[in-house]
Design a protein around this ligand. Structure first.
Ligand code: ATP
Length: 352
């Protein structure tokens, strides 16, 4: 029995998580896996009603789970940043979720804006707790013409090594062949020199995995010109943030982009890349594929590889059959796409 905390959050977060849960419940029915889901109300509505963002008692409960399944937070009535810092970043830093894992996989050739591309299948491992995101820095002479603004980039040997090591372990575990390091060591001659040295040292322990290396500017070009050449990619926090959005766009956009925030020694928080999308919330047209693929990542994290692959295959079939929401050119409702994936899942399991 796996203990899963569920935080649907706001806007379309609630709508797409409902579909993801539908799929996970079907997995329970079709396999011998079982889940104990516990739902939590955190998000804008709860904050506006109670003033509470993410209390420490909830963090303690989350720590004891096998995974957290998260929708999205964000609401026009709450100042931008409040929920992101109070809920999402608090979760990420308190639970030390140091890996941001984002697959970039093309499920159907019609989904990519790149001409003639049929196979794109890479996984980004983004360092998730350091770099330019530690919030260290300050202003000098703020508001004057002589203002100085400093934002510090923190790279620790420990932090870099654990992200790089995760990338190699992940490659080995999932049968992938190559790990690519993306940095900017030609300009960031201290910070990314550390990344390069650590990458070289760690890679020596994985002779079965090939390695290569690109500077981030070259990587942006390569991802458009020849994305098929990449397998596992490991990169610092900010480059990962930017490149994974580019990655999402070359395989179909926000409606299908999934992510996991993982502490391999602890728990993991799994969320679709998109936000609460207030413009379409409540209309029943949100694309649930990103949340369903996120559920598949959660299954993989739990070591349920067969189940994770089955969910992915079901999504692939639903897409191929044109069972799509309007953002992907279809006309189905959120729940109808969820139902289509559930039906496809039954077929996938019946085929063994
Ligand atoms: P934030 O990331 O700041 O929470 P947001 O919630 O306003 O932003 P995003 O989720 O990033 O917006 O998405 C931007 C737009 O893309 C949305 O306003 C919506 O129109 C569209 N979009 C995002 N996710 C989906 C989805 N799952 N299905 C359909 N459209 C989506």
């Amino acid at each position: 029995m796996f203990k899963i905390a569920v935080v649907p959050g706001d806007g379309i977060g609630k709508e797409v998580v409902r579909e993801g849960l539908k799929v996970l419940e079907k997995v329970e029915e079709l396999s011998n896996v079982s889940f104990d889901f516990e739902e939590y109300p955190f998000g804008a509505e709860h904050y506006l009603k109670t003033g509470e963002l993410l209390p420490d008692w909830a963090l303690e409960e989350f720590r004891k789970t096998d995974g957290i399944y998260f929708g999205a937070v964000g609401d026009p009535r709450v100042k931008p940043g409040v929920l992101e810092h109070g809920v999402l970043l608090k979760l990420r830093f308190s639970l030390d979720l140091y890996v941001n894992l984002r697959p970039v996989k093309l499920y159907h050739p019609s989904l990519t804006p790149l001409k003639g591309k049929e196979r794109i299948d890479m996984v980004f491992i983004r360092e998730n707790t350091e770099g330019l995101y530690v919030g260290s820095g300050g202003f000098l002479r703020k508001g004057t013409p002589q203002e100085v603004a400093i934002q510090e980039m923190v790279n620790t040997r420990f932090g870099v090594e654990r992200a790089v090591r995760f990338a190699f372990e992940y490659a080995r575990k999932t049968g992938r062949k190559r790990v690519t390091l993306v940095d900017k060591a030609n300009v960031l001659t201290y910070a990314h020199d550390l990344w390069e040295r650590v990458f070289e040292e760690v890679s020596a322990e994985y002779p079965d995995i090939e390695t290569d290396h690109y500077y981030v500017d070259a990587m942006a070009m390569k991802m458009v010109r020849s994305p098929e050449q990449f397998d596992v990619v490991v990169t610092p926090n900010m480059f990962g943030d930017i490149l994974t959005d580019l990655g999402a766009e070359i395989v179909g956009g926000l409606g299908i982009a999934a992510s996991g925030n993982i502490n391999p020694e602890g728990t993991g928080m799994f969320e679709p890349v998109h936000g609460s999308a207030p413009d379409i919330a409540g209309k029943g047209i949100a694309n649930p594929i990103a949340a369903i693929l996120t559920a598949s990542l959660l299954l993989e994290h739990l070591g349920l590889d067969k189940e994770a692959r089955a969910v992915e295959e079901a999504v692939k079939r639903a897409i191929s059959e044109g069972k799509l929401t309007p953002d992907m050119g279809g006309s189905l409702k959120t729940s109808e796409v969820g139902d289509a994936v559930v039906e496809a899942l039954e077929v996938v399991y019946s085929e063994g």
